[in-house]
Design a binder for this molecule. Structure first.
Ligand code: ADP
Ligand code: MG
Length: 703
């Protein structure tokens, strides 16, 4: 990067942004397109034609040779198929470049290989992608050259959603409508749209590519399946916010540069708690764009790592024994005229609108805690949630001292009359300014924490799309708003009714508020006493999608139909079984072909050393001790390996579905743990030069 590098000049340079559209589209077309983007008006094919032409011209100027409908099937990652702009060569051998409105609006990938959860048989291959004009198109540059990427939704021939984006857009409409209804009740006539905004903080690990390549577990599964703890973990707290090493700094610089060009407002970067762990946070934006941008962030983190001889691990738990990675989902509701509905103001006790909104969110989270938990479930996150470093698998809400106190007043007396204030912190140094203290401290252990003017949902896994959690959040809050509005619209005395309702909701859903230590063992018992669900694993959580209260809510707000929910349930069970199956096979492979032979070699060496020492009457007691220990553990490994082979065989033979997923969770997983234990112990006994792969220490402290 040159000296006169200027962020503001490069920011968004590869985005078909609003400004570009304004410059390149005839005024009338631009206005009509905006009616679709802002008000959801149906798109006129003639408008699409003009937009497509402008988009093509712009993309070709950027060097684009192909375009793609970029979509997010239910695989957790994005999908694309590239088509070049060229048309059939003419008589004179030259080609024209073409991109029609029809090609912009609709694509038809042969979609039979994407998960549909029984929505289509494989012979019914037809699926459609539809342009999402609310998320800007962009030109992505990589080894494939430059590609015009058009964000799209993906649905089946019969119109069912087969992706993350369709229900996300539907849920945005639902919450938008209900939030506006609520604002109108409080006399707001100026706002015309409410949109959920999200900032997704992305955690990741970086390891040396060379070291990564020597570990089949990382290659096949994204996490280590074996590995003894190194002498040093994260106990010194010297990595968190530590100085960023030069090699990582160079990587981050390129990541930022590429993200900025794509219009992703990468803002904050720092070292995280675990060694080799880092975080990147962009500035919040509308949730559908945030979801697209988070996919771009993950792809960019991965690709740039390769260019730096690094590997970026996005798995939720790449290493046992040190912190895993999450994706904090910061969520708020913002009007088109800039009002944040989650802003309590300085004196929250007087802000009746805010208190009602807060009470509705408490109700939503309490009533649908199981759904929220489910929305963060993926096979990797099972190793993180509830593992004493990530939020527990129990959903609760942290309000903080100030708001909890206001809630307390409402519950106890029916009236809130004061708000606690933050004090002034005396630094004790005359040259330093005094700091104004926030009215509320933070709580890192809470899965759903109020942080000033937004809620931070911390359960989401680092590798997962943020679509599911936000589909759930938007819909459950839409339902709570809707029920509140139904009641308040009928009230004779609005202000008395708001007060009563707020008090009632706080009282009825008080059990979901928890400001204490979410990692503590007592909390698990306390939560049980309160009747809060504790869904420890993904297979425990999936049924939440199909409860009557879930199905009727999703159908009522037009977000997901029963059929679509069913298909998602099928896909989730299948994903779980498949992911665990790959892990089990990888463990069998590594143990059989790498660990057992290494230990055999080492014990053989020890035996021959013992033999030679005995011949000359030397002391070989230590060698014998090591040999005995290794032999015991080798036997244990061999038994565990046979057991894993056997349960895996049973599991693999079962048809896909709930039963299979449960079997993988309850029988295959424990057999995997039982194999890991003796191997990790052996790693601490066997000569390092014989151990067949890099250790945790090599992976975590190499950069
Ligand atoms: P915190 O200190 O609470 O972690 P940060 O300012 O570091 O907050 O922001 C964390 C993430 O939350 C960022 O992605 C930021 O853009 C996002 N964020 C900030 N305010 C809001 C808001 N009102 N709505 C949604 N996300 C927000
Ligand atoms: Mg945060």
């Amino acid at each position: 990067m040159s000296e006169n590098y200027n962020i503001s000049r490069i920011f968004g340079e590869n985005v078909f942004s609003d400004r570009v559209m304004q410059e390149r589209l005839p005024g009338k077309i631009y206005k009509q397109l905006h009616k679709t983007i802002d008000e959801g008006k149906e798109l006129d094919p003639m408008v699409a034609e003009v937009v497509a032409e402008a988009m093509k011209e712009w993309a070709i100027e950027k060097g684009a040779t192909h375009y793609t409908h970029w979509f997010q099937p239910l695989t957790g990652v994005t999908a694309e198929k590239h088509d070049s702009f060229i048309t059939a060569p003419r008589e004179d051998g030259t080609v024209l470049l073409d991109f029609s409105g029809k090609e912009l609006i609709k694509g038809e990938p042969d979609a039979s290989s994407f998960p549909s959860g029984g929505l289509r048989a494989t012979f019914e291959a037809r699926g459609y992608t539809a342009w999402d004009p609310t998320s800007p198109a962009f030109v992505r540059k990589d080894a494939a050259g430059a590609i015009l990427c058009i964000p799209t939704a993906f649905c089946s021939y019969t119109g069912e959603a087969l992706d993350q984006k369709t229900p996300l857009l539907r849920s945005m409409e639902a919450i938008g409508q209900q939030a506006l209804r609520l604002l109108r009740l409080f006399g707001n006539t100026s706002s015309s749209k409410v949109t959920p905004s999200v900032g997704a903080e992305q955690e990741y690990f970086l390891v040396n590519a060379e070291t990564f390549r020597q570990r089949k577990d990382l290659i096949y599964t994204g996490r280590t399946l074996f590995g003894a703890m190194p002498p040093k973990g994260q106990e010194m707290d010297d990595h968190y916010f530590g100085t960023i090493r030069q090699r990582v700094a160079a990587y981050m610089r390129q990541v930022n540069d590429e993200l900025w060009k794509l219009g992703v407002a990468a803002k904050t970067q720092h070292n995280e708690v675990a060694p080799a762990q880092h975080e990147l946070a962009p500035i919040y934006e509308k949730v559908n764009v945030a979801a697209d941008h988070n996919q771009i962030v993950m792809q960019t983190l991965r690709r740039v790592a390769n260019e730096h001889g690094l590997k970026c691990l996005l798995h939720e738990k790449p290493f046992a024994g040190v912190n895993g990675s999450g994706k904090h989902n910061n969520w708020s509701l913002i009007t088109d005229d800039g009002i944040n509905m989650l802003d309590p103001g300085k004196t929250p006790h007087q802000n009746t609108q805010f208190l009602l909104i807060l009470a509705c969110i408490l109700k939503a989270v309490d009533v649908h805690a199981d759904l929220l938990r489910e929305s963060a479930a993926d096979p990797g996150n099972d190793h993180r949630l509830g593992a004493n470093e990530a939020p527990p698998a129990i959903v609760s809400v942290f309000l903080g001292e100030q708001l909890e106190d206001v809630a307390r007043q409402l519950i106890d007396t029916g009236n809130a009359t004061t708000s606690k204030k933050g004090g002034v912190l005396k630094t004790g140094v005359s040259t330093l300014p005094d700091l104004f203290q926030d009215a509320t401290d933070r709580n890192r252990t809470s899965p759903f924490a109020f942080t000033g003017n937004k809620f931070e949902f911390r359960m989401v896994g680092s590798r997962d799309s943020i679509a599911s959690p936000n589909i759930v959040l938007n819909t459950i809050v839409a339902e709570a708003f809707c029920e509140a509005c139904d009641e308040l619209e009928k009230a004779e005395d609005f202000h008395a009714a708001v007060n009563d309702l707020t008090k009632r909701l706080f009282t009825e859903h008080e059990r979901i508020i928890f400001n204490g230590n979410g990692y503590a063992e007592e909390w698990v018992r306390e939560a049980e006493r309160r009747g809060l669900p504790n869904l420890a694993s993904m297979v425990d959580a999936i049924p939440a999608l199909m409860t009557e209260s879930s199905v009727s809510m999703f159908e009522r707000f037009g977000v997901l139909t029963r059929t679509e929910l069913l298909s998602r349930v099928e896909i989730k069970y299948e994903n779980y079984a498949k992911a665990t199956n790959v892990e089990a096979l990888t463990m069998i492979d590594m143990a059989t072909k790498q660990f057992v032979p290494a230990v055999v070699r080492y014990t053989g060496q020890l035996a021959s050393i013992i033999g030679s020492l005995e011949q000359v009457g030397g002391d070989c007691s230590v060698q014998r001790q090591i040999l005995d220990k290794c032999t015991v553990l080798l036997n244990e490994t061999s038994r565990a390996l046979e057991e894993l082979r056997s349960v895996h065989k049973t599991g693999a033979a079962m048809p896909y579905g709930k039963e299979k997923a449960v079997y993988y969770h309850e029988s295959v997983m424990p057999a995997m743990d039982a194999l890991r234990r003796p191997v990790d112990e052996l790693e601490m006994l066997v000569d390092k030069s014989i151990w067949p792969m890099p250790s945790y220490g090599d992976l975590l402290f190499e950069l």
